[in-house]
Design a protein. Structure first.
Length: 385
């Protein structure tokens, strides 16, 4: 039986399904948000079976990131790795936050523009760039069911932590050559979180170090860290993991069974769902999934994720009589894709070209012709050194 690594090598080290995963997950999150943002709202997190998508989509995003970034970390020095990650994350994020604060906010606030621009809350919103979350702007979207501007940014601090802290630690302490330890750390985090949720009442105070540690292991952000570490381990072990249609089918069946059980807690899912979710991610990434060539040529997923909720909120504010989540999606999605395209062509793609100096991914992925997302094979890694 061939391995995931063998399957990737068949595509010259490229993962042809990763572009499909990125765009599907980004659009899926937009669809998910449409139900909670719609006037009257719908608590899809309690809906039978569908509730699992809220856990699974963001988990898959971080597992995918771990898989891709582990390859980058093996190829680059620590300094170049950090520059590479920073140049991928910050430019598009900075532009989105500035546009939200000073364009969208000024247009949709209930306050006079001068008062809005002098309000300290407008400038506190800029802390999102640093991963210090602030989801509200003064007087903005107050007529909507939910007045947050961009709740999608809640994952940004975890991106920073996973990319800059966890992966840097893996590089410094040589854990990229010891994948069993990476798996052990992920398993320990998941098991400790479940034990705390089952047997500890949790701290009663709102703050403090104990509360922070308890939350880190038991609350929703814990899945992102577990996902990132296991995704990294899957890349490191890719030649030991079989590329199996049967294993994929069994993983999907098991996940559907979990979804059918009804909403489960995050610590429970971190233990039960992690391995099948990571396998589904790696299997689909290594598979040749049909999709429009435009999404192989251009990675719009980050822009869709960044601009999705602000544009959805904008459309709800402009068209308050359109209450159906499906109809609101029809209004929002074309605009979201347009902004994502602008972000790619004006910001992300030019930065990607600059990264050619030290990034194998940027060298291999020609940002013009159609090529899928690269995962370096051993031969390609030797050539890149």
């Amino acid at each position: 039986m061939i391995s995931l690594g063998d399957q990737l090598d068949r595509h010259r080290g490229f993962g042809p399904g990763f572009d499909f995963l990125r765009i599907s997950l980004a659009l899926g999150i937009v669809v998910w948000h449409s139900f909670s943002l719609a006037h009257g709202g719908f608590n899809i997190e309690q809906a039978p079976v569908a509730w699992f998508a809220g856990y699974g989509m963001v988990y898959l995003f971080f597992a995918l990131s771990g898989f891709l970034i582990a390859g980058s970390a093996q190829r680059l020095s620590l300094g170049n790795f950090l520059v590479n990650r920073g140049s991928r994350i910050f430019p598009a994020l900075v532009v989105e936050v500035l546009l939200s604060a000073f364009v969208l906010g000024a247009l949709f606030t209930e306050l006079p523009v001068g008062e809005y621009l002098s309000n300290p809350g407008t400038y506190r919103y800029l802390t999102n760039i640093l991963g210090l979350m602030n989801f509200h702007l003064p007087g903005v979207f107050k007529g909507n069911s939910v007045d947050v501007v961009n709740y999608s940014l809640w994952t940004v601090p975890y991106e920073f932590f996973c990319y800059f802290i966890i992966m840097s630690a893996f590089m410094i302490f040589g854990l990229l050559r010891r994948p069993a330890l990476v798996v052990a750390f992920a398993a320990a985090m998941a098991i400790i979180g479940l034990a705390l949720a089952l047997f500890a009442a949790g701290p009663q105070s709102e703050g403090g170090l104990i509360k922070l540690c308890y939350s880190a292991f038991t609350e929703r952000g814990s899945r992102l860290i577990v996902a990132f570490m296991l995704g990294s381990a899957a890349y490191l072990l890719r030649y030991r993991i079989p590329y199996s249609h049967a294993a994929f089918g069994l993983s999907m069946l098991f996940l559907f069974g979990l979804a059918a059980l009804g909403p489960l807690t995050v610590p429970s899912l971190n233990v039960l769902a992690s391995l099948p979710l990571v396998y589904v991610m790696a299997y689909l990434g290594a598979s040749n999934v049909p999709m429009p060539p435009v999404f192989h040529e251009r990675d719009y997923s980050y822009g869709i994720y960044l601009y999705g909720m602000p544009i959805q909120q904008m459309m709800i504010s402009l068209f308050p009589n359109v209450t159906s989540p499906v109809a609101q999606l029809g209004l929002a999605v074309p605009t979201i894709i347009c902004f994502a395209a602008l972000s790619w062509h004006l910001i992300e793609r030019p930065i990607l070209r600059q990264r050619r100096r030290f990034s194998f991914v940027a060298k291999v992925r020609d940002v013009g012709p159609s090529t899928p997302a690269p995962i370096a094979s051993d031969e390609a890694l030797r050539m890149a050194k």
